[in-house]
Design a protein around this ligand. Structure first.
Ligand code: RNT
Ligand code: ZN
Length: 430
């Protein structure tokens, strides 16, 4: 289990909470219940923030597939052990119990060259054993990028049947690895599929690659697994670097695919047009699918994958999950990678913000708001929504952190700085 220092409830934290609790109670909100709910919501934290989406198969490999990490902050994890240690440090500073989202390129080959179509659970034994001892559940992703066989921008939709076959095999093997993870942890592993396939310039044929993709996906998903071990998801996108004019796996493509095949859909907050949020998609998609997954990210002008901050967009996503009563049906994951700041801090900031947004939604006077709306009193709905923004939320969040033995306020930063001085800054890049 991850060790957390006992923070203890100091007088100012608990008395501020007592006053806040009373204030919220006037609006019909029980903050104790809200905190108990928050403590049960896991966030699947992405491993790839820890090493700039590098992975460990062939160190020095270039990140391709239309995604990009910028920055060269020192101290990135160079080995699986370093990545695990950094992750443990990060989650010791975050309240609650969370998951780790791994990518296939984080396989441990022990010096052997194992290609993506040869991967198996054996290459993830260390991850599985570590996760078990740390009490962390794992999620998983196929890696269709940063590989010579995707260098021309196509994988499952490639015109060459041999290349398609290679990637189909990779997709199947990753689902088998996910099943092994699910079995070991006694709860399902989400296996999320995203491919980079697309074109820089206007295609002459938009249909062919999509037909090939649908056929390849059917081959990947042919083998059925126990849903208690694996749940599959597909992730759409509208554009990427080098795929500005056409992305094979677009939103409509995957929405149709997911609904017709009953696999999950992963909504990534950075994958749509600049002013198009994913919050409003949640209640629609959940009418047709039992569950969905999220990649909570922050695009700045494009799918730049900035660290998640407490924006209106983030709050809208959390409100839809909580106010819509969708908690058990939305698998919340994070997806960003910033190499310009301390990477452990990036994990902590983004995850604490995700939780903060969920808590804000949990302590909103939603019953009152829904009643006003049902009565047609939109004036009062707007008035209360706006007044609720200045309720003493900070006191509730601080109390939650202290209660969960996670640092209160920016106290976590001192711990990250100490870790940087003692551990990260000693890592020399060869
Ligand atoms: C890319 C997708 C995808 C990746 C990760 C690394 O645009 O968002 O989810 O970010 O798989
Ligand atoms: Zn994503």
């Amino acid at each position: 289990m991850i060790q957390r220092a006992k923070a203890g409830l100091s007088h100012p934290i608990s008395s501020a909470y007592g006053i806040a609790r009373e204030r919220y109670a006037v609006l019909g909100v029980n903050t104790d219940v809200a905190l108990a709910q928050l403590a049960r919501i896991p966030v699947s934290i992405h491993c790839w923030q820890g090493d700039d989406v590098g992975g460990f198969e062939n160190s020095g490999g270039q990140l391709t597939g239309g995604i990009a990490v910028t920055g060269n902050y020192p101290g990135k994890a160079r080995t699986p052990d370093e990545l695990r240690a950094d992750f443990e440090k990060a989650i010791s500073l975050i309240p609650g119990s969370h998951r780790l989202n791994l990518h296939a390129c984080y396989a441990e080959m022990r010096g052997r060259k194992v290609d993506r179509d040869e991967l198996g659970a054996a290459h993830f034994q260390n991850w599985i054993a570590w996760a078990k001892s740390a009490g962390i559940a794992l999620d998983f992703n196929q890696t269709f990028f940063s590989h010579p066989k995707s260098a021309d921008g196509f994988t499952l939709s490639h015109r060459d049947a041999g290349i398609r076959k290679f990637w189909i095999e990779h997709g199947i093997r990753c689902r088998e690895i996910g099943a092994a993870m699910g079995k070991a942890q006694g709860e399902a592993c989400l296996v999320n599929l995203w491919i980079p396939d697309g074109m820089k310039d206007t295609p002459a044929d938009r249909k062919g690659p999509r037909e090939r993709l649908a056929t390849s996906l059917d081959a990947v998903f042919k083998k059925k697994f126990d849903r208690k071990q694996v749940v599959d998801s597909v992730e759409p996108k509208l554009f990427g670097i080098g795929s500005e004019s056409y992305v094979v796996g677009s939103h409509e493509f995957y929405l149709g695919y997911a609904v017709s095949r009953q696999v999950l859909l992963t909504l990534d907050a950075g994958h749509y047009h600049p002013t198009e949020g994913i919050a409003d998609k949640i209640s629609s998609v959940l009418l047709y699918l039992p569950e969905i997954a999220l990649h909570v990210s922050r695009g700045v002008r494009w799918d730049s994958d900035h660290v998640v901050t407490l924006t209106d967009d983030l709050q809208a996503i959390a409100q839809e999950i909580i106010w819509g009563g969708h908690v058990g049906r939305v698998r919340i994951g994070l997806d960003y990678f910033d190499a310009s700041i301390n990477r452990v801090a990036a994990w902590v900031i983004g995850t604490r913000n995700m939780l903060r947004a969920l808590l804000l939604a949990l302590v909103a006077p939603i019953e009152k708001l829904k009643k006003l709306e049902a009565e047609g009193d939109f004036t009062s709905r707007l008035a209360l929504m706006e007044e609720a923004k200045s309720l003493p939320f900070g006191a509730v969040w601080d109390y939650h952190c202290a209660n969960q033995n996670a640092p209160v306020g920016d106290a976590w930063l001192g711990e990250v700085k100490r870790y940087e001085r003692d551990v990260l800054s000693r890592r020399v890049v060869s």
